[in-house]
Design a binder for this molecule. Structure first.
Ligand code: HEM
Length: 432
């Protein structure tokens, strides 16, 4: 399968394992010299850039970003396994509202009840305590319990659009599904949908490193709104405990766990990317239909979907001392990005990484959810949500096609996630 997104740069090169069929970008030296991860073209079509980095400069300093890009699977693994040397707390909070940090924090203090550093975005030993406290809210038991409600919410939404024949797979599918799930998960009213969507985008924008001051202020206003809502909600729940996740979080005494809202976008991103694959790659669509009624096959399909098109491109760390990574000396205080998207493309780990192959023997090595002590805590919920959505799509819709030329597909300008802006599609209700 040829990865169309490598466009004119695509060449047929060896993957280092003797296979000739995997396409990789040519022009690697120019990409390294002149390219930046912030370049809109690279953000939209990052594979050739990832390839160039991994093969020519795997620990690369991106001047425009002021960050080191860690692109090989083995180096990502090494960094995420050492949370003491590579600080999430410094990496994340240093990057938040880049360029306008003090103003951002002051705005939250003035209008949003305070500036609350994200408790889970911390380092051990504090992180270990917070994580243990949060664990109950994301337990397998809680996720299992949620599944029937989430299934009803997702199938209900797909039913609503099934006869329309066309929709925007981001605004009418991925985002509302994710919001319905978050409402179920947190025990919130469905009428909150629009607000939740705006809040989620505002939180994610703070770590995307691409905001203007005006955008930062608009987003800060949304975050204040979110914080004020949560403060009121928490006071309310302290008085009347309920069997839902906000209650769990409040009772675990984790204050304002912004991470949860931010992750909302990760799931919407995953669902949007799934629809793009189904609309443009008939063999992937066929694989889903063959897997839809077989739980084991469907789980493998979802895992490969998340490996092949990971929603999170890159997340932050900061080196707390001079330290060598992949043979390169990174100075104390340097900001780094773990480029998970590239790790999942590493041909040393995944043979023909651009092939969509649910039968890969080593999918567990994917870094879609990170790894080590900061590995995604919402992993079971995320997998379940994508699985249910994939199954319900296969059961209810068919002939899914892109309604615009593929070259017009656009992504949000952020290095943190690979999120579609819109995705107009056509389809029909599945016969029978
Ligand atoms: C497809 C969806 C998702 C993807 C791709 C994803 C990906 C990730 C990744 C890559 C990390 C590692 C961060 C790092 O290394 O710095 C992470 C951490 C985290 N995720 Fe997710 N996530 C998803 C869904 C969720 C959901 C549904 C929740 C909760 C509702 C969630 C909550 C968290 C939290 C709290 C952390 C921080 C854990 C820690 O630092 O100990 N995620 N996620």
């Amino acid at each position: 399968m040829v990865d169309k997104e490598d466009g004119p740069m695509a060449t047929t090169a060896t993957d280092g394992q003797g296979s000739e069929k995997c396409p990789y970008g040519g022009n690697a030296d120019t990409l390294i010299k002149e390219g930046s991860f912030t370049d809109p073209e690279i953000l939209a079509h990052p594979r050739a850039f990832y390839w160039a980095m991994r093969h020519k400069d795997p620990v690369h300093f991106d001047e425009s970003l002021g960050s080191w890009l860690i692109t090989r699977h083995e180096d990502i693994w090494a960094v995420q396994s050492d949370p003491i040397t590579f600080s999430v707390n410094l990496g994340y909070h240093h990057q938040q509202a880049q360029g306008f940090q003090e103003e951002f924090r002051q705005y939250l203090r003035d209008h949003g009840g305070g500036y609350f550093p994200d408790a889970i975005m911390s380092d051990p030993p504090y992180h270990t305590r917070i994580r243990n406290l949060m664990q109950a809210a994301f337990s397998a038991h809680r996720v299992k319990e949620l599944e029937p409600r989430i299934e009803a919410a997702i199938s209900g939404l797909i039913e609503e659009i099934a006869d329309k024949g066309q929709c925007d797979a981001v605004d009418d599918f991925a985002v509302p599904i994710t919001i319905r799930v978050i409402c179920e998960q947190l025990g919130l009213d469905h009428g909150m949908a629009k607000k939740i969507s705006r809040w989620s985008q505002a939180v994610t924008a703070q770590i995307g490193r691409m905001q203007t001051r005006e955008q930062m202020l608009e987003h800060a206003q949304e975050i204040c709104d979110l914080q004020n809502f949560l403060i009121a909600e928490m006071k309310d729940r302290e008085a009347t405990p309920r069997e839902d996740m906000i209650s769990d979080i409040v009772h675990a005494e984790v204050t304002l766990e912004d991470g949860t809202k931010e992750k909302l976008t990760f799931e919407a991103t995953a669902l949007g990317n799934m629809m793009l694959l189904l609309a443009t790659q008939p063999d992937v669509d066929k694989m889903l239909r063959e897997a839809a009624d077989d739980e084991r096959k469907l789980n493998r399909f979802v895992e490969e979907l998340l490996r092949n098109e990971p929603p999170v491109r890159a997340l932050s760390r900061m080196a707390v001392r001079d330290v060598e990574v992949g043979g390169v000396m990174i100075p104390k205080g340097a900001h780094m990005l773990l480029v998970y998207g590239s790790g999942n493309d590493d041909e040393k780990v995944f043979a023909c990484p651009r092939d969509f192959d649910p039968n890969r023997p080593n999918m567990a090595h994917s870094v879609t959810f990170g790894g080590g002590p900061h590995k995604c805590i919402g992993i079971s919920l995320a997998r379940m949500e994508v699985k249910v959505a994939a199954r319900e799509v296969a059961r209810r819709l068919e002939n899914i096609r892109l309604a615009i030329p593929e070259s017009e597909v656009r992504y949000l300008p952020t290095v943190a996630t690979r999120t579609l802006v819109t995705l107009p599609i056509t389809y029909s209700r599945r016969a029978g």
